[in-house]
Design a protein around this ligand. Structure first.
Ligand code: GTP
Ligand code: MG
Length: 184
């Protein structure tokens, strides 16, 4: 008889992680993929890669290829190359530094200008308010205003996360995957 294996669906999704310097992109990826956190900051040069295998449901396995892009790349000319064929994106800011939130719109515009899904839709994008273990500054104190910001700017959703305390990273990833799945 055919085994259940025959019904298994597998997907490979390229997902970008972008946002300003030192917002915690690498820390989020390391926590999510290796369950590891370090207080030590070492700026990413160019791009780092990580692969996370996610059992999405009983018959669906997702291979998430995470592209952890250096914050300093917003001023470089490689993002178009890095964004190519991405199907999902996290934009990360640091809740303790309002300037990193202000840059979120610039990252979103850069993304939408340089990459679309094969069906022409914008790449599903989730906003991560990272370092929520620390004191927050600015708009992120109002969930209602954050919801409104996401609607206005075309984010599918936002999550408060902490790479340090391992808060909400899995939930944010599951949400983004479900958005990407809508286009498969
Ligand atoms: P670039 O590679 O330069 O773009 O930075 P990045 O966004 O990858 O930042 P990175 O992950 O290297 O983290 C920067 C600093 O913030 C490091 O010292 C981390 O330990 C710290 N950090 C990251 N996430 C958290 C968090 O959730 N809470 C706290 N308290 N610190 C964090
Ligand atoms: Mg980094």
């Amino acid at each position: 008889p055919p085994s259940n294996m025959d019904q298994k669906k597998e997907y490979l999704f390229k997902v970008l992680v972008i946002g300003e310097l030192a917002t915690g992109k690498t820390a989020l990826v390391k926590r999510y993929v290796h369950n590891f956190f370090s207080e030590h900051y070492r700026a990413t040069i160019g791009v780092d890669f990580a692969l996370k295998i996610v059992k999405y449901d009983d018959d669906t396995v997702i291979r998430l290829q995470l592209w952890d892009i250096a914050g300093q790349e917003r001023f470089g000319n490689m993002t178009r190359v890095y964004y190519k064929e991405a199907v999902g994106c996290f934009i990360v800011f640091d809740v303790t530094r309002g300037s990193t939130f202000e840059a979120v719109t610039k990252w979103k515009t850069d993304l939408d200008n340089k990459v679309q899904l094969p069906d022409g839709n914008p790449v599903p994008c989730v906003l991560l308010a990272n370092k929520c273990d620390l004191a927050r500054e600015g708009l992120v104190n109002s969930a209602q205003q954050m919801d409104e910001f996401c609607r206005a700017k075309g984010f599918a959703n936002w999550f408060e996360t902490s790479a340090k305390e391992n808060i909400n990273i899995e939930a944010a990833a599951r949400f983004l995957i479900s958005e990407v799945m809508k286009h498969t």
